[in-house]
Design a protein around this ligand. Structure first.
Ligand SMILES: [Zn+2]
Ligand SMILES: [Zn+2]
Length: 286
């Protein structure tokens, strides 16, 4: 029995410890497959994205540690790449994505604010609220619709393996009374986007980052049965920024996935993504 995690951050972006510290904790927590997915560089500076000048060191340090810990853990090098509509593609010329074992496509930014900055959908709530008013006249339903429209564009264009935190906008949207994750309009948006993931044969991440604090995963647990019905390949990730959080939320999430009928999740096995069996206590197959 073992755990795996392909979505993690370290000091090359906004993670709070070094790569090596994360590896030591991962080994101690029974993780056998572990991937780094720092926020990739962007054409503008942010507090959380890696700087383009650090990309070479990111790779050098990874391969040094991969060799050092070879007999204890299988390590993978990835990137979490932003899709920003009309501005930044997951597949882009800023860096060579072929040097990585896998890529996660994620949305953190929607449209451009009058200041020229992009509106961040998963940051601080007061900033989210300001952007919502400026871009959507305070209408959370319009913003959510736009989020899934941009998600669909990202999925259609492809160029990555894993869809990161599928419905992350729910984190801030859930503060508004007009947002109801159980209404039919919202469920239709979710259903259409999930279908597209299936059609494009992408892997859907089950992201446990907010589970302990908020009680939900991304995608929200209520959509697990639909994901099963559509036979979407999944993998569970913690999106950890602290070494102590590497397997946070895994046990309860594996249990709910089991209850929804899932028996396998995708793992990198000898260079390709394959369905591997799991139970409530972790991965059972290799
Ligand atoms: Zn992210
Ligand atoms: Zn992340």
């Amino acid at each position: 029995m073992y755990w795996s995690n392909y979505h993690s951050h370290c000091t090359f972006c906004d993670g709070r410890s070094s790569m090596e510290e994360f590896i030591k904790f991962a080994i101690a927590k029974g993780v056998k497959k572990y991937g780094f997915s720092s926020h990739s560089p962007l054409p503008f500076l942010t507090f959380w994205n890696m700087k383009i000048d650090d990309l070479a060191d990111y790779q050098t340090e990874f391969y040094r540690l991969k060799q050092k810990y070879n007999s204890n853990i299988e390590l993978f090098l990835g990137l979490e790449i932003d899709y920003i509509d009309n501005f930044f593609e997951v597949r882009n010329e800023l860096f060579n994505t072929e040097n990585f074992n896998y890529l996660i496509g994620s949305i953190h930014y929607l449209d451009q604010l009058p200041t020229g900055d992009f509106w961040t959908i998963d940051g601080d709530f007061s900033k989210f609220d300001i952007g919502l008013n400026l871009l959507f006249g305070g209408d959370i339903r319009l913003a959510v619709k736009r989020f899934f429209e941009v998600s669909s564009l990202m999925i259609q264009k492809g160029g990555f393996d894993i869809v990161g935190h599928f419905d992350k906008i729910a984190l801030n949207a859930s503060h508004y009374k007009d947002f109801d994750s159980t209404d039919n309009e919202y469920k239709n948006l979710i259903g259409e986007t999930l279908q597209l993931i299936k059609d494009k044969a992408l892997i859907l991440e089950i992201n446990t980052k907010s589970l302990n604090e908020k009680g939900f995963t991304y995608p929200n647990q209520q959509f697990f049965p639909l994901m099963k019905e559509l036979q979407i390949p999944i993998t569970v990730n913690s999106d950890c920024h602290y070494p102590t959080n590497i397997i946070d939320g895994f046990e309860p999430t594996f249990k709910v996935l089991k209850e929804a009928g899932f028996n396998t999740m995708h793992q990198l096995v000898r260079g390709t993504w394959q369905a591997v069996e799991f139970n409530e206590k972790g991965m059972t197959g290799f």
